[in-house]
Write a protein of this length. Sequence first.
Length: 320
Amino acid sequence: MQLRSWEQIAEVEIVALCDLDLQRAKQRGREYQIPTIYTDYRIMLETETLDFVDISTGPKSHLELISAGATKGIHVLCQKPMANSLREARKMAKVCEDAGVVLMINENYRNQAWFHQIKVLLNEGALGKPFYASFQERTRASLPELNFGDQPYFSEMPRLMVIENGVHYLDTARFLFGEAQEIYAHVKRVSTQIAGDDLAVILLTFNDLSCLVDVGWCSVPVESADVTWYEARIEGTLGTVILNKNGVLTLTTDSDQRSWSFSKDTFFKSFVTTQRHFIECLSFNKTPETSGTETIKTMALVFAAYQSADEDRVVKLDQV
């Protein structure tokens, strides 16, 4: 998805591609007209003159790859989740800060057009004072057979649902509502074919707002996902806004109802928007919305959710 998105951004030229799988790298190179292929990132960084690198690996390699790019003065866009621990995340942010390079985490959910519209409605006060929100996703990936596509390593991760999928909604909740004060989570493994969790129910407290993140990869979906595979709902003192799987966003008040319809390519467009934001930050010396420092706050929610589930208690975020 990232390579396809870069094609939509005229200011960017991808000059090299690195992958441990040579045949896969060559195939991608042919598909996207990338002239040079590497299987060793060290050789690539030594050989090429790069403005930035786009890291699309699993989290266990992020610290090593980010450090390698940053110490050579190369800006970094890195795939979510940022890290497997807060300690690693802080190291990533620090090495980039010390090197004077931009670190942005590629988190695209907040840039899906319906969430931007919800943000506008919240800022306008159309919902009044929001007091409840929910995000619910039910997809089929860990049962009856594993269906993780080109990310088979998911099955071996000791922590999975919250860190790989729930992180999207935790970041989006921060985008919409600010910083949470408390978190309580129930996390479990339903599939016996994986090491980690594939179901998570998380309750966040944002001052006077309660936010439910209810996500799973083990359920048989009851409704088809026409435009999106999840639903969202936000309730306020003046109105309720609902996103359904047909890509229709509806605001209902006591006296009125308004709707916005979104196309099937909304998900893809969010990648383009996110990656274009990174380029704008480099071009105009701006701080990314999902900078390393900002994303540490999202990862704090991830690890606090696991702590809450492990200890079966509410975790206060100022203690994480």
